[in-house]
Design a protein around this ligand. Sequence first.
Ligand code: ATP
Ligand code: MG
Length: 628
Amino acid sequence: LVPEKLRFLEELDEEQREAVLNSSGRTVVIAGPGSGKTRVITYKIAYLLQTGIKPSEIVLVTFTRAAAKEMIERAQRVTKKDLGEMTAGTFHHVCNVILRRYGSVIGIRPNFTILDESDSKDLMKIVRARFATSKQMSKALPTVAELYSLLTYSNNTLQSPYEVVSKKAKRWLNVVDVIERIFEEYSLEKDKQNVLDYDDLLLKTLYLLENYPDIRERISSKFRWILVDEFQDTNIVQLKIVEFLSQVHGNIFVVADDAQSIYSFRGARFENVKEIMKGANVFKIQTNYRSTDKIVELVNSMIPSSSVPKRLRAVRVGSQKPVIVNTYDHFDEAKFVAQRILEHVNEGTSYEDIAVIYRAHSHSLELQVELSKRNIPFRVLSGLRFTETAHAKDVIAFLKVLQNPYDALSWMRVLKLLENVGDVTAEKIVTQLLESESPIDTLMQLSVKSNDFSNFKEIVLSSLGKQPSTQIRRFYEGFYQMYLETHYPDFRDREEDVERLIEMAEFYDTTEDFLNDITVSEDITRTGMEKEEGKVTLTTVHQAKGLEWRVVFVIGVNPGDFPHFLAVKEGNLDEEERLFYVAITRAKDYLYITHSLFSRRDYGPFNEIQRDFIEDIPRYLVEYWRVR
Ligand code: ATP
Ligand code: MG
């Protein structure tokens, strides 16, 4: 006899329910794809709420902001409670919330702004230039992109740059001292500008929790439960943060699948799961609810060699075996996919129940052309992040200087939009602003030979302290719209984007909240903001994590494309196997794996690239189609 308010537990099976009901302390659920791990976490939240835990006492960490939103909506639906006060989102989001609140203890001003990846690289470029003073030195040093990955890898694995270079990039050993100085300077520069990059959000939170016991206690008593989805993709910093956050209560609930660990390039390590399992109640779920028996059989035969062997049991019966499709080249492949999509749609499947998954974004280009030709609506999950387009960045930079007038990069960006203001003038202005006690007052006193300048000053002045949507509107109507129209032939699309930004901003009272969401959330893509209904999804494997569709095409499964040649070269074939596993486990009813006679490029003489996933597939579990 289940009380009414716990009725939702009936939507779980025996194994799942046990995990949810396990009272306090550590719970780890280890299970394969499609077994309801995300559902279990969602219902655990609902259960906690129904047993008296307040939303503000829960931290939910998910892989994307969108995933958190979906889980919250479901938990709200079954409990009929408002979860607005729950801290939920990516690790970056959670850390950002903590640092805004408590960061002042370690010298972080609460109005800091956040550098996204491309901002970080811009700053790295400026700093690198100070050290690359000769042609010779410039050649010897890593490129900006290489410096950036070096730094973030060392941050996320808690190793010094020296350790990383001596283990993974020996070719730079002779300049490692310069690299270290570049990183120091990069860090000083961020302090000066009152900005944090993504890694800082994690590292500074860890530093705070590790070194300030009273704060740690305060935070970990405010929260009484820490729940993490996709725990197999956490890194060492994130593990430590979870441990510290739960120090007072010890209530951790995580779900993981070792076979789906696909972020080792960002320092993710499966050892974390073993670590968190110490002293934990461990639950295993063996039923797959997502895919048909025919797909599950294939999935069972493709379990990555690097992971714990396990068999999933299917409950759904399907009609069609997974299909291996042989095509001539990737143009034929694109034609086949488009054609087959239309056939499925004619048989009653909607566009949004169909996805095409690939290893690298560039593998989808022919398909995008083909879909457009046939008027098949689609959205690209892996596209350029909306906030990384030039015009969105311009608008965001304007908001950033209003929030944090020491944000030098953003000043540079905005000032250079003005007529007659180039690098030199902008730099001169920014130097003065950064040295000032009150940058905005200083700006008001400056005069610059540019027709736009006094107008710009007025826009800044009249925007201070206003709501973010008003700020964008003032900037846009007073200056930027004209700028777009005179600088870009496709200004109409860009104007539409800015107008969409204004609409989004209308949901926020403060610039800080708006900037937080838009700079920390990893899933605001240009198309991601549009309605998803009625569109086929195109996505990389990485972005497809945790999602599911009725019909799935995994395309470009050719040696060198998928498995990806770079990964193969670096000896990461295991991770490629896991990626392939993630890809095929997204399918509910129909799975097509396509490959062609030719890979995208001639990958030359890498022997290992001869590794062909198609050959690993047991013939009796699939159908073969040929379209040439
Ligand atoms: P992944 O490893 O891909 O993240 P997962 O283990 O998180 O998968 P979910 O996404 O939670 O799996 O669930 C997969 C599908 O199975 C979903 O459509 C979910 O609604 C459904 N499902 C899960 N548990 C049950 C159940 N007990 N009864 C019916 N359907 C279920
Ligand atoms: Mg999941």
